[in-house]
Design a protein around this ligand. Structure first.
Ligand code: SF4
Length: 445
């Protein structure tokens, strides 16, 4: 648990020597408590105090990295229960299962589909993170061959799932350079599995049906020397899994219960496809480090990645696009000119609808610090002066020969003022972006 400034002060030398750059030990202690200083700045702190302060400053939920290279993912190290209190830092890893008992063609086809589960949303590429190879065949040689095949044919990180330490050992040998997540340790095999993880420097999961057993096994595995641990509470019920994930997060953050201070992985119960994605979305919100789904169709995965993208944005920093003039399609001097704000979601919604209209157009993204149209208007960040300046900065008069500006219907009230300020004719567009295709086709043409 985090120590207070006074508790830290009691552990410092109290000589006020200023070598740390602070006037007094107390000032240093206060900054340390606020994470504005580092313990190493005090050269005279005792080894005993280093031990106590080091343990107290360790993150309550361990950061665990899986994979190597560009697609390595890190999960855990979260500080809050609710994202509005700070933000969530390390996005939930999304894994898709692949069984080693599929025939060659089906296996390659599914792996290929999994590799292509990537999408562009609000200007950002979103994709899954891991392939979870399941040893459903029970055969060690086949599991190892499939692990090698996955390793050589995916850019994603790998989860290997088997209850057999022998099979796991053979499979890890083929792809240990990719630092796969070793998955399948339980009360019966944890020691053998932990030795494989320790030997290969790989992270591992531990599974149990109760949190007490999970905490106990995690402590035993840590005792062997493996600290990159991921917890897996086994259940077939969404309610029980959600309850378990919440208790794990609360115990780590609120009670500093180190035995559960690890990220958690969740396998999806056997649900029909839509229910599977709905439940996985719940676990992304609260509080899975990794969700493993059987779904692999784009219509299933895209909503899941969209939920993750939304949950893991900083709620205090709106996602913005660069304020400037954007061209959609092959624009010319007769193309319509619309404006909106530089809030990403707003901009890309408008852009998508303009694309759907198939009428090339200019979209002026007016800089409003990433706020939406109505929010910007009510905060006086979107007014005739701001819009006129954005038009001037974009040299819009040199791009088109008409002088017509399409105003979002939500701020129709600004039309007269825009007209007066810019001497452009203000045309009131639809209130919702979804009305743009019809508006452009019927009104503009
Ligand atoms: Fe105190 Fe250490 Fe800073 Fe000296 S360097 S003032 S002993 S905290």
């Amino acid at each position: 648990m985090a120590l207070t400034g006074l508790e830290i002060f009691k552990l410092l030398p109290k000589t006020n020597c200023k070598k740390c750059g602070r006037a007094t030990c107390l000032a240093f202690a206060m900054q340390l408590a606020q994470k504005k200083a580092e313990l190493k700045d005090c050269p005279d702190v005792s080894e005993e105090a280093k031990g106590i302060l080091g343990a107290a400053s360790a993150p309550p939920i361990k950061l665990v990295s899986i994979g190597a290279g560009d697609k390595q993912i890190s999960v855990g190290e979260e500080n809050v229960l609710f994202r509005h209190d700070e933000k969530f830092y390390n996005p939930t890893g999304v894994a898709v299962t692949l069984s080693d008992d599929l025939d060659d063609d089906a296996f390659s086809e599914k792996l290929n589909k999994i590799n292509n589960l990537k999408f562009t949303r609000v200007g950002t590429e979103i994709e899954i993170d891991l392939v979870a190879l399941l040893n459903n065949s029970g055969d060690g040689t086949r599991f190892a061959e499939r692990a090698k095949q996955v390793s050589e044919n995916t850019h994603l990180s790998i989860i290997l799932e088997s209850k057999s330490p022998e099979n796991m050992k053979s499979a890890v040998e083929t792809c240990s350079d990719k630092k796969p997540l070793i998955c399948g340790a339980n009360a019966d095999n944890w020691e053998a599995m932990a030795n494989i993880a320790k030997d290969k420097g790989c992270p591992m999961t531990v599974s149990a049906s109760t949190l007490e057993e999970l905490a106990d096994l995690a402590e035993k595995i840590k005792g062997i020397g493996v600290t990159d641990i991921v917890l897996n509470q086994v259940s077939e019920s969404t309610k029980d899994i959600l309850q378990g994930l919440t208790i794990i997060r609360r115990a780590a953050l609120k009670k500093a219960f180190r035995q559960l201070g690890y990220p958690a992985l969740t396998y999806m119960p056997s649900y029909e496809p839509a229910q599977e994605i709905a439940s996985a979305s719940v676990f992304i919100a609260k509080y899975a480090g990794i969700v493993v789904v059987n779904a692999f169709e784009p219509w299933q995965i895209m909503p899941l990645l969209t939920v993750r993208q939304n949950i893991y944005t900083d709620p205090q920093k709106p996602v913005q696009v660069e304020p400037k003039l954007y061209e959609v399609g092959q624009v010319n001097e007769n193309s319509p000119v619309l404006f909106t704000t530089n809030f990403s979601l707003t901009y890309y919604t408008v852009e998508g609808e303009v694309e759907a209209s198939r009428i090339p157009a200019y979209i002026l993204a007016v800089g409003t610090e990433g706020t939406s149209v109505l929010t910007a208007y009510s905060g006086d960040k979107l007014n005739e002066d701001v819009i006129a300046k954005a038009m001037s900065d974009a040299n819009i008069e040199e791009k088109v020969k008409h002088k017509k500006l399409i105003v979002p219907g939500l701020v129709a009230i600004l039309s007269a003022k825009i007209q007066e300020k810019t001497k452009w004719e203000a045309l009131v567009g639809p209130k919702e972006a979804s009305g743009l295709p019809t508006y452009l086709k019927s009104t503009w043409n």
